[in-house]
Write a protein that binds this ligand. Structure first.
Ligand code: ADP
Ligand code: MG
Length: 232
């Protein structure tokens, strides 16, 4: 298995209360799969993604990517792991306001050893004509495309997406989902995407449902449909 999550537990402590947010999560994802994490708000989806992404740590359990266990890594190795393996796309695009589209995407390439060709990527993203614009001259969808470009330019093994269409309207959401699917086909990145839109499950290879920090269901989708045909 390419990504193996084993018995992950995580609590957050406030003054004198302790909230158990992940209560022993285990699942695996194969290389090149699209895995959708579904679940109501507060079920622990972002916490799980942050731990996979190495930007938060678990209390116990393990995350293994290609056999490497993140908990065994020191700070330096973890930084290298994030750079080598992971791209992150958030609901809010977090672009740098005074950099152009092209420059925002290139920010991501300094972190990788084998980046994709910027001009080819701009075409894939449908941003080539917009490459010299600033983020405030773009629509929400174009901003999210730029953010996806920034995450994908280093050609990471895994692309983590936390509600990437959460701030977008129906048509734009579909465009973004089509783009994520296209990136998966073209570059073979494993995709882990959090959503609370139930319809998006249909484009996935694997569907994992969380509730209250536990996995309710984990299934392979045998009837995968293209993002372009999703309806909600
Ligand atoms: N840094 C934190 N400190 C305290 N509680 C947190 C922190 N991050 C998340 N939580 C709590 O953990 C629970 C799960 O949050 P989260 O993983 O963001 O859920 P989701 O992404 O599924 O909406 C929520 O109850 C949230 O309030
Ligand atoms: Mg969340």
């Amino acid at each position: 298995m390419f990504l193996e999550i084993t018995e992950l537990k995580k609590s957050f402590k406030n003054a004198d209360t302790k909230t158990e947010v992940l209560k022993g999560i285990s699942f695996s994802v194969e290389k090149g799969e699209i895995c959708i994490l579904l679940g109501p708000s507060g079920s622990g989806k972002s916490t799980l993604l942050n731990i996979i992404g190495g930007i938060d740590s678990a209390d116990s359990g393990s995350v293994r990517i290609a056999g490497e266990k993140t908990a065994d890594m020191n700070e330096k190795a973890l930084t290298r792991y994030r750079r080598k393996h992971l791209g992150y796309v958030f609901q809010m695009y977090n672009l740098i306001p005074n950099l152009t589209v092209k420059e925002n995407i290139e920010v991501g390439s300094y972190l990788g050893s084998n980046p994709l060709d910027i001009n080819e990527l701009l075409h894939t993203l449908g941003l080539y004509e917009h490459r010299s614009k600033l983020p405030n001259q773009l629509s929400g969808g174009q901003q999210q495309r730029t953010a996806i470009g920034r995450a994908i330019i280093k050609n990471p093994d895994i692309l983590l997406c936390d509600e990437p269409t959460g701030a977008l309207d129906y048509q734009t959401s579909k465009e973004i989902l089509k783009l994520i699917e296209q990136v998966n086909h073209r570059y073979g990145n494993t995709i882990i995407m959090v959503t609370h839109n139930d319809a998006i499950r249909n484009m996935a290879d694997r569907i994992i449902k969380l509730r209250d920090g536990q996995i309710r269901t984990n299934s392979r989708n045998e009837a995968k449909i293209p993002a372009a045909e999703l309806e909600w």
